[in-house]
Structure formats: C-alpha cells, structure tokens
Design a protein around this ligand. Structure first.
Ligand code: KG4
Ligand code: ZN
Length: 343
C-alpha cells in the first residue's frame, strides 16, 4: 500500500531527479540547503549526431539513473530512508527520456512510502535562484532562456508567475545551436559560439532579436538565425571571406542585448527590486556580464545561479520540489510524462 505521510515538515530532505533531455541528474537538498548535485550526460555520444537523438537519450538515462541517484545520496551523506519526498521532472521534454526518470522516482517514492512531487522543468529553471540566494523571496523578474523557452517572467508569489514577454518562434538556445552548426562548431552549440565570440570585438550589426513595431515585447530567434544563415550564404556566393568569430560575436550581441535590456526595463517599470536568471543560455558569460552591469546601473539586485545550475540539473528540480512540497502539491503515482507544458 502507498500511504505516504503528507504532513509538511519544516526542513524536508528532498531528492530531485531530472531526465528531460540528455542529462540524467539527481540532487539532494535539506530545506534550502544544497547538499549534492550529480549529472551523468550523454552529450558526448549525442555530439556524434550533431544533436540529441531521443532513443539514445532514453537508453542512456536507463543506464545512468540508478547510479546518479546513488551518487547524489552518497555525496549528500543522506540515506534514502531519510528522504521526505522525491521530486521529479514530468515535463516538458522528450517523452521517452522523461518516462525513465519519472518511473524511477515513482518506484522509489512507493518503496520508501514518501510523497511524489511532479515538477515542471521550466519552473525548475526559475527555482535555481532560490538555492543561489537562500533569502530570495518573490516578487522578482526572471530572464529565462533555454533550448526550449525564452521569456521574461514576473514571479509574484511562490505559486504564481506571469509571462511578460516571450519568443514568437524559436528559443534563444535553439538559435545558438543552429548558428553553431552553420559555423561548423560541434554540439552543444551555445557554449562553442560563446568561446568563438571571445576572439572578436567587431560588431557586424545583425538585426536585434527584438520584434520591431509590436505592441507587446516579443522576440524572434528564427528571424535572427535566418539572417545569419543568409549572411553566410551571400558571402560565400560572392566569394567574400567571413570571419566566423565576427559572426559569433555579432550574433551573440543581437541575441542577448535585447533580452538584457527588456528584463531591466520590466523590472524598473514594475517596481521589482530583484532580477534572476535561469536556463542554459544564462550560462553565457557575455549575457551574465551584461545583465549584472545593467542591473547594477539600474540599482537592481541580480541573482545569477552558478553556470552549472543554469543548464539542466536536478538541484533546481529539488528546489522547485520544495516549493511544491510547502504548498502541499503532491502527485499521484498515476502521474504521466508530458512532452509539452505551456508556460
Ligand atoms: O536549460 P538547458 O540546459 O536545456 C533546456 O531546457 O533546453 O539549455 C540548453 C540550451 C542549449 O540550446 C545550449 O546551446 C544553450 O542552452 N547554452 C548556451 C550556453 N550554454 C548552454 N547558450 C549560449 N552560451 C552558453 N554558454
Ligand atoms: Zn532546461
């Protein structure tokens, strides 16, 4: 019988499990105190194919999930019997990949007779900041930029957030990955575009990812990506030499500058005092530096999760698990994986 104790403990020990893409991750927190975070990634194998192959990701998760949980518990100095709850990503992501983590989490929660918590991956990215600043409390504005989402969000309370602006097509991370591919850089693309961009200071003034003449603040990363591809095509047809570093640098500026500018503008107009960030693209050094200085100039506090907690990890899943735990939002064992969850 599965009859977990749903009484809310003041300092619960929560195991987080994440398997939505190519990282199998597990982490343990005690209250807001971070205890461990482990990742086993199939990125090296995926790079042979230039991107994530869902079937390879699922198989890799199956092989890694038990080991990554064992490591997270060991490094946290926690026995599984001491866990208060198991939090797991149930979406959005690759269905087969999600099912591996979710099934494992259900089995573990059932065997320990502890509550299961289903976590929305995107809310996980938002919650990474709670581990970075243990005193962080809503309200705050978040710049969220990952491989699947790009948005500016207003977290009004632990349970409520509002989307202030978002992309109308591709996510920023997708554009980084596609531009990396046309520049002949290996997967994962974003970090390699960043490295190449460090070799240039020559701005080719590509158009901004901010959509012009729109009543709402919207971004278009498909438009920017297409512009870069056309730029490279035209140059090659004309036999003109192009500096890949200039292209990487200019693309990065056009992709990042409007995100930073609009995030700070929203914070100021809404009277928010704090800005946070989350998602793989916010591991980008240029973005981090720009956001920090823009917040500084505007007199805003800026909470940036460490780079390893911006990209996919399970500490953020445990952190969001804690919020759901405190709100008494527990899942049934019938919880299903979801490929998409609207923001
Ligand atoms: O959050 P994340 O790890 O996974 C998703 O939820 O999508 O984000 C992955 C995305 C990829 O598109 C990757 O290229 C991008 O984040 N990314 C970066 C950097 N590191 C990861 N983009 C730009 N600069 C980086 N340093
Ligand atoms: Zn993610």
């Amino acid at each position: 019988m599965y009859t977990p104790d749903y009484t809310i403990k003041p300092t619960p020990v929560i195991l987080g499990i994440e398997s939505s893409c190519d990282e199998t991750a597990a982490a343990v927190i005690r209250g807001r105190e971070f205890l461990s975070s482990e990742i086993i990634s199939s990125a090296a194998e995926q790079s042979k194919y230039g991107g994530v192959v869902p079937e390879i990701a699922s198989r890799a998760h199956t092989q890694a999930v038990d080991e990554v949980v064992r490591l997270a518990l060991k490094n946290a100095g926690v026995k599984k019997e001491q866990l208060s709850a198991v939090a797991v990503t149930y979406g959005a992501g690759l269905l087969g990949a999600l099912l591996v983590g979710l099934s494992y989490a259900k089995g573990l929660a059932y065997s320990l007779n502890v509550p299961l918590i289903g976590v929305n991956h995107i809310r996980g990215h938002l919650s990474a900041s709670y581990l970075t600043d243990k005193n962080l409390e809503p309200p705050f504005i978040t710049l969220l930029a990952s491989g699947g989402h790009t948005a500016i969000l207003h977290t009004q309370s632990y349970s409520k957030f509002k989307v202030l602006a978002s992309t109308c097509d591709d996510a920023a991370g997708e554009a980084f990955d596609k531009v990396a591919r046309v520049l002949g850089l290996p997967y994962p693309g974003g970090v390699n575009v960043e490295k190449l961009a460090l070799e240039s200071r020559n701005n080719l003034n590509f158009p901004s990812a901010l959509v012009k003449n729109s009543a709402e603040v919207r971004f278009s990363y498909s438009g920017l990506k297409t512009y870069v591809i056309n730029y490279l095509h035209t140059a090659s047809q004309r036999g003109e030499e192009v500096s890949p570093a200039d292209v990487a640098y200019s693309f990065q500026r056009s992709a990042v500058d409007p995100l930073v500018k609009k995030t700070v503008e929203f914070a100021l107009s809404l009277g928010a005092k704090t800005v946070t960030a989350g998602g793989g693209v916010t591991a980008n050094g240029y973005l981090r530096q720009s956001l920090l200085s823009a917040c500084n100039e505007a007199g805003l506090k800026c909470v940036l999760p460490e780079k390893k907690y911006c990209t996919d990890n399970a500490a953020m899943i445990a952190a969001e698990g804690l919020i759901q735990y405190n709100a008494g939002n527990f899942a049934e064992l019938s919880l299903n994986a979801r490929a998409q969850i609207p923001l």
